[in-house]
Design a binder for this molecule. Structure first.
Ligand code: M6R
Length: 350
């Protein structure tokens, strides 16, 4: 059932090219999103994403894409939304991003939104799930079942689904064109075939802390890289917006730290400055990069390569590299990868 892999997580990481082709093909074969009647989006002028954990990171990534397309969008932790709801108007759509469709915090946020009369949409992997049933509409990410507690392929498919949703909502008068994800499934295949992630995990095993930094879409990827790393390896890992390092987290950086810097082509020069800040404190920096910026190659202590791609695609490719690093770090430590301690696949308590 694990298809020859030791763990579901590894199998699911490797299923990403197929999962991504599934959602991209069903989109290109029809007019607009197959699950959404175009009238559903009529009059929507603002989007509020609500989600938890990995889905929150996918939503934040989606917010960056939507904002580039000129859509006012914001992302909220579902568990906070019920306590601190945002004002909604007739033109507000609250989008619940939830792989399982059963997360209690997210269902609570939907309830809060509906009490305020907001229109609601579920972006989910599970047809007929609670979120799909209670929301006014549902958009399915078509990733196939995900068994490992660590979310992997669903993150990538959520980001693509949210980007396609942003395309549909942005329509003709968007300031930027749609993201071309055509190269994504093949790019993920390349990463899976060529990744040096096991070597990297082995080389830096035993370090005190693992930090992940990025800018633009590299920021949600940094958060997701750190969540995955801590969740399955139990090592101390934190993700930061790279510019924030100097506002506090830099105090944690020592020669025993490893910093993963995610280069997507968005503000790479500034990110290089942040890399130097960490190196000055003795940290080792692993750059996730397509290698086109020679300065990045010169400055980094180690490299994880991704194929050349536009920033929105590059962020997803970098995320796959980081999924693999986490997987190998946890495997080397003998962790129960598919069922990390204290965690459940679907969190049904608030
Ligand atoms: O089913 P959901 O997408 O609503 O789950 C939300 C989080 O519990 C989930 O993404 C969690 O953070 C992941 N298992 C982490 O890998």
């Amino acid at each position: 059932e694990k298809g020859g892999y030791d763990h579901y997580m590894r199998k699911e990481i490797h299923e990403q090219p197929t999962a991504l082709r599934q959602i991209l093909e069903c989109h290109s074969s029809g007019e607009g999103l197959p699950d959404l009647d175009s009238a559903f989006l009529d009059g929507i002028r603002e989007v509020q994403f609500v989600a938890c954990g990995t889905s929150y990171h996918a939503a934040l990534y989606g917010e960056y894409v939507a904002t580039e397309r000129g859509i006012p969008a914001s992302t909220h932790l579902a568990s906070e939304y019920a306590t601190h709801a945002r004002p909604v108007s007739e033109g507000t759509l609250v989008v619940a991003v939830t792989q399982s469709g059963e997360t209690a915090d997210t269902l609570g946020a939907i309830e809060t939104a509906q009490r305020a009369d907001a229109r609601t949409l579920a972006v989910t992997n599970v047809v007929g799930s609670s979120a799909a049933r209670v929301c006014d509409g549902a958009l399915y990410i078509r990733a196939g079942p995900e068994i490992g507690v660590a979310a992997t392929k669903t993150f990538s498919s959520q980001v693509v689904a949210l980007s396609l949703f942003a395309d549909q909502l942005a329509g003709e008068d968007s300031p930027s064109g749609p993201v071309d994800f055509g190269s994504l499934p093949g790019g993920v295949e390349r990463v899976l075939e060529t990744s040096r992630s096991r070597d990297i995990a082995e080389r830096y095993r035993g370090r005190d802390a693992f930090f992940f930094i990025g800018r633009g879409v590299g920021y949600p990827v940094a958060l997701e890289g750190a969540l995955k790393f801590k969740e399955i390896s139990y090592e101390h890992a934190e993700g930061f917006a790279a510019g924030e390092l100097k506002h506090g987290p830099l105090a944690l950086v020592t020669p025993a730290s490893v910093v993963f810097a995610i280069f997507t082509g968005q503000d790479d020069e500034k990110l290089l400055g942040n890399v130097r800040e960490a190196q000055t404190r003795g940290a080792t920096v692993v750059a996730v990069t397509d290698g086109t910026n020679e300065e990045v190659l010169r400055q980094a202590d180690d490299i994880l390569s991704i194929p050349e791609a536009p920033p929105t695609v590059a962020g997803l490719l970098a995320n796959v590299q980081l999924q693999l690093v986490s997987y190998h770090a946890a495997a080397l430590l003998g962790r129960p990868i598919d069922k990390p301690r204290n965690l459940a696949k679907s969190v049904t308590v608030e």
